[in-house]
Design a protein around this ligand. Structure first.
Ligand code: ADQ
Length: 469
């Protein structure tokens, strides 16, 4: 079996048993442990001066972590700059938020080239390289320039926008040419795949050949042949199910339950990011209280939102906006013994979150645009099948493609989301159980291991110069 080499912006350097890691990190580690291999990327450390000259290697059995510290300028231009102020808003359909400049694009290319310089000597001819996310689109092309002919795959964790938006990026063709250096390009949904295929059709001389009903396309462009395919990411469903069974009785979950004194609970859990639709969500909760005043003093909304990317101005702005909104709505509706919104800028461990999900009558997941959104899946997996809560889910989350049995909402339609909350809070047990059972069927069939195995299996069959089904 070929060795797997995983490349991601951040490496989840984990000592076994320590720190409950996210499902993705666990799944990747499981794959790496099976085949042996390398997990390569940024250490998460920023240092004064130049980026670290040689990777720090940490051996853990058959697995090697190889990480690099980034110099301040590289971090600023590559990570805060082009990745998070240009590509992130662009890929989330937010042209009004993109900042475009040559300096950060150059920084992005420079760091990708530098990463390639450092990984290339560690590669063996038969390795398979699996690169993750928008920070590293040019990475495969940089390896190819260094003569690497290994099988290389890329997976995009964000949405991929339609060409009408993508072409707002200066020199967009360069980025897509770089993306075409991979053998396999994976997306969460058919919408993302369609965006990519439409770009190839309309902006290049390349061709797109649809394979199967939907979900797979053979691309010939920029002198290369690659497979583009949908792989909806998921969660470790059985692990979360069993975690939630006991976590519902944990000390923190008990404290939360006691603090509610019999009130219903709506929960939201997100990184504090403008793509997650948090101001609209707060407004929808306010709408619920306004349109259905019977919920006043009977329902609490817990929003957990740890700050992220705090060096980027848009993230400072949204944090300020949300604090202001929570204060205003609480000031408007609160009673001396009831605070409508509990808004927390901190994160919790997986176990605590699982207990909170289990307690919540409604999971409110309303991003304006999201690659997948794992919180939606986690919320469902953590419910008690005999008395499950209801998921209210944005039509613009990738998860909505597979989770049609949730209450699907348009997050821009504040009144509509308010009505959906009312429906969720008053849904009869029979309907809740039916919807939950249907959602669970999908989550059990397509869990994180299924996702990882399908991807690695497809990559194993590269290059695809022959017909693939
Ligand atoms: P994110 O934008 O980070 O991921 P999401 O898919 O919801 O969004 O994943 C977040 C993960 O972090 C979940 O596992 C969640 O439990 C955890 N998390 C969130 N808030 C937390 C908190 N307060 N405390 C502890 N844990 C918390 C990106 C894309 C998504 C895509 C994923 C995976 O933006 O669209 O689903 O990658 O591909």
């Amino acid at each position: 079996m070929s060795r797997l080499v995983v490349v991601s912006n951040r490496v989840a350097l984990m000592e076994e048993g320590k720190q409950a890691a996210g499902g993705l990190a666990v799944a990747i580690l499981a794959a790496l442990k099976k085949t042996g291999g390398i997990w390569f990327g940024w250490s998460g450390q920023v240092v004064d001066g130049e980026s670290q000259a040689e990777p720090t290697r940490t051996e853990a059995g058959k697995l090697t972590y190889a990480t690099l510290d980034l110099g301040r300028r590289d971090h600023e231009e590559y990570y805060n700059g082009f990745a998070n102020q240009t590509l992130w808003p662009l890929f989330h359909y937010r042209l009004g938020l993109i900042s475009v400049n040559r300096r950060t694009r150059e920084g992005y290319s420079r760091v990708n080239a530098y990463f390639a310089d450092k990984l290339e000597p560690l590669l063996r001819p038969d390795d398979m390289v699996w690169v993750h996310d928008y920070h590293l689109i040019p990475f495969g092309d940089e390896l190819r320039r260094r003569g690497c002919s290994q099988r290389m795959g890329f997976f995009l964790h964000t949405p991929f926008p339609p060409p009408e938006l993508l072409t707002a990026l200066p020199n967009h063709r360069d980025l897509i040419r770089e993306l075409c250096a991979y053998d396999l390009v994976g997306f969460h949904t058919a919408t993302d795949l369609r965006g990519f295929c439409d770009y190839i059709r309309t902006e290049t001389d390349g061709t797109v050949e649809q394979r199967g009903a939907y979900g797979t396309a053979m691309i010939r462009a920029f002198g290369r042949t690659l497979l583009a395919k949908v792989f909806p990411i998921s969660i470790d469903t059985p692990a979360l199910e069993s975690l939630a069974r006991t976590a519902g009785r944990s000390r923190q979950a008990e404290r939360l339950r006691e603090s509610l004194v019999g009130r219903r609970l709506i929960i939201g859990v997100d990184r504090l990011d403008y793509s997650k639709g948090l101001p609209q969500r707060f407004a929808a909760f306010e709408q619920l209280l306004e349109s259905y005043p019977e919920h006043c003093n009977r329902v609490s909304f817990l929003q957990v939102a740890p700050p992220s990317r705090e060096d980027v101005p848009e993230y400072i702005a949204i944090r300020r906006e949300l604090s202001e909104m929570a204060g205003r709505i609480n000031g408007r509706f609160a009673e001396f013994d009831w605070q409508p919104i509990r808004y927390l800028n901190r994160s919790f461990g997986q176990r605590v979150l699982a207990g909170f999900y289990r307690l919540a009558n409604v999971g409110l997941v309303t991003p304006l645009r999201d690659g997948m959104n794992l919180v939606a899946k986690e919320y469902v997996a953590c419910q008690d099948a005999d008395n499950p809560g209801v998921l209210v889910l944005s039509q613009f989350a990738g998860a909505a493609h597979e989770m049609g049995e949730a209450l699907i909402v348009n997050p821009f339609d504040i009144e509509g989301v308010g009505d959906a909350l009312q429906r969720a809070l008053t849904m009869p047990l029979g309907e809740r159980k039916e919807r939950h059972a249907a959602l669970m069927q999908t989550l059990r069939r397509q869990d994180i291991n299924w996702w990882r195995e399908s991807y690695v299996d497809a990559l194993t069959r590269a290059p695809y110069d022959f017909p693939v089904t």
